[in-house]
Design a protein around this ligand. Sequence first.
Ligand code: HSE
Length: 402
Amino acid sequence: MVNVAVLGYGTIGAGVVEVLQTNADSIEKKAGERIVVKRILDLREFPGDPNADKVVHDYKVIEEDEDIQIVVECMGGLEPAYTFVKTALLQGRSVATSNKELVAKYGAELIGIAEEKKVNFLFEASVGGGIPIIRPLTQCLTADVIEEISGILNGTTNYMLTKMEEEGADFDAVLKEAQEKGYAELHPEADIEGFDACRKIAILTSLAYGKQVDFEDIHTEGITNITAEDFLYARAMKKCIKLLGKSWSDDGKLYALVCPMLIDQYHPLAGVKDVFNAIFVHGNMVDDTMFYGQGAGRRPTASAVAADVVDCVKHMGTHIKIIWEQEKLPLSDFGDFRRRYFVRMPKEVSLDAVEKAFGPVEPVQVEGVVETAFVTGIMSEKEYHAAADQFDTILNMIRIDV
Ligand code: HSE
């Protein structure tokens, strides 16, 4: 029998307990041992909950309980999660977590401690919820040089963009709906400003290249500027608008970026709707691959955490090697990267003036919207800004994915 402590009895923590208890028999067969949730850490009481008697309010109780072999961290945030997880690893316990903030910031250090202590620090659920993507990157695709990762990494914003595109729904109403369904982060800015996707692409890029990519180095824009008109233009251009977390190598340089992008309607990511996430990975040998599934929500995320617990049980006494060094991997300036841009300006701006600044452009028109809208030629971000700065008002700019 293996005893587990779950830190945080919120959406995901309660989901992990539910998965481990509901599927206890089949999990036992796969893990080779019975897995029992012995203690749950939460500040709240849960009267009437079948696991109420397991709830403790002080981490010390778990720290001092010598029968606990695995700690599941679903508290979110950096502290006290970091202190508790580090303590558990130093005590020789394996840890499974869904906490992308923790993993993005301290992943390399915590993996190092786990290696030293011959235990495991697993975090499949930290990116893409229930989608297997960490193992593919750290195990299945290790023979490849990864040349691109493009992910729809946030379920809340993908849900919102889908509703806005298909139903012309209002931004605030769809955000509220996503929050009610339990997809959104506690603070909605983390989703809608792209911070959540930023941490996730930082984790994936660190794993793909084996070194620390700091999320603070990734230029990040969210979806708050996206309007109903943008979707009309996107449709006219046979494109979709998706919030992408991307990293890619070009000419020996590594770039990363989080922002809404226009992607071709036939791109594999274009069909990823609602709360679904997908991660498109291009390796130099395997070519294109895509991993798809539920990127948020209680059960899908809990399923990935519980599978990590199973892996911890299967590998008691051995460390599953994950290459992620603390040495920083510098990113190249994305301002130098060349692409096309879709730009909207007030109708008073003439195409002549536009072409004087940007060079030749392709105008785009949609019924019912009177504006000067166009797609630029291929230019660097710096060149784009030099041209755009010559105008008083840019209604919106959306990058076109290459
Ligand atoms: N708020 C996140 C999302 C939850 O919407 O994808 C999963 O990380």
